[in-house]
Design a binder for this molecule. Structure first.
Ligand code: MG
Length: 355
């Protein structure tokens, strides 16, 4: 038996930490002297004490450590992997927000729509598909705002319409400066969530939202749910958004391959969306616009049935946004059209010289 002092030294933990772990049931002493209350530990407890210490260094909360320590090693390993995937996802989210703030604070002074030499050419198209009785998607493209919303539940159609209508206030907002985009977007998204609430306060009804707001030299992205934004740049297609779905979180945690996700029975399960019942927590990001960039926003009615390689081909093959959105929707319907499908395509182009 080791005294708490000797055990602390051997495990590189402090006696104070050991007393805390005892109280939290993380690591009970092998024996407590009934007379003096002194704690004694067995040498065999060293390994567990060190594991606790390492997990603490990883930043894992104590309650979670207790669960991990109770598991057999393979399950504990899986639990640590999943924990770390969540930490990385949260860090990525904070990194994006930091990037947004940095970009916003380094915007060229006086930037506004009247100063810009770039503009958008755009088109939107939404289709019921071949199976669903109604179209619950809403797609919109205007000179400043591009948006796709995919409603679900009993009032899904009105919900996605309300979300896009609510965001359209950004089309009319005076003086969208790069410096206040984050506040404008955040306010618009909270208004959109209230609009969903006005349509239906039921938990079963909600909508995704993937939208781009044009500032004159940049595109601010707001994204919640499993609609997607892609960027075609230099011939390559890049997915700009991260699906807020159960299957994506399983892929992130290394528990599912992207190939397995395609046929997963719960592939449509959303972890985050605009509902009337919870505050909205969208991803926000600021993209520099380059002449020649082509953006695609789409609902899962496209991405679930048309592979990225085919989407890329179609985006490259059709020169105008109008042709591209119709070709993409047709491709989804050729693949069976199992869901509503919406596409917005926008090209960043040099504006014609003034005068
Ligand atoms: Mg859908």
């Amino acid at each position: 038996m080791l005294t708490i002092g000797a055990f602390a030294k051997a495990s590189r933990l402090t006696p104070k930490a050991l007393r805390l772990y005892d109280e939290l049931d993380l690591l009970r002493p092998a024996r407590v002297d009934p007379g003096t209350g002194y704690r004694y530990y067995a040498a065999g407890q060293l390994e567990r004490a060190r594991t606790v210490a390492w997990l603490r260094r990883l930043g894992m909360p104590l309650a979670h450590i207790r669960e991990v320590c109770a598991l057999p090693p393979p399950d504990a390993a899986r639990e640590i992997r999943a924990y770390w995937a969540r930490v990385e996802a949260e860090t990525a989210e904070r990194r994006e927000l930091a990037g947004f703030l940095i970009a916003q604070l380094t915007a060229p002074p006086g930037e506004d729509l009247t100063m810009t030499t770039l503009r958008l050419r755009y088109a939107a198209h939404s289709d019921r598909g071949l199976v669903r009785p109604a179209n619950q998607d809403t797609a919109y493209a205007g000179s400043r705002l591009l948006a796709v919303a995919d409603g679900y539940g009993p009032a899904g159609g009105p919900a996605s319409t309300a979300v896009v209508e609510s965001l359209k206030t950004l089309e009319r907002a005076d003086g969208i400066l790069a410096g206040n985009v984050l506040n404008l977007l955040d306010a618009a998204v909270q208004d959109a969530a209230l609009a969903v609430h006005d349509v239906s306060a039921e938990e079963e009804t909600g909508s995704t939202l993937t939208a781009l707001l044009w500032t004159g030299s940049r595109l601010a992205l707001v994204h919640i749910g499993d609609s997607r934004a892609y960027l075609l740049r230099g011939g390559g297609l890049f997915r700009v958004t991260h699906d807020h779905t159960l299957v994506q979180s399983l892929i992130d945690a290394g528990r599912l391959t992207p190939e397995e996700a395609v046929t997963h029975p719960q592939r449509a399960l959303l972890l985050n969306s605009l509902t009337g019942t919870a505050p909205a927590t969208p991803d926000l990001r600021l993209h520099d616009a380059h002449p020649g960039d082509r953006y695609l926003l789409c609902s899962d009615g496209l991405s679930a049935v048309v592979p990225d390689a085919r989407i890329r081909e179609l985006l490259r093959a059709h020169s105008t946004p109008e042709e591209a959105v119709h070709a993409l929707v047709a491709a989804a319907n050729d693949a069976g059209g199992p869901d509503n499908v919406s596409c917005v395509v926008a090209d960043v182009a040099e504006a014609p010289a003034a005068g």
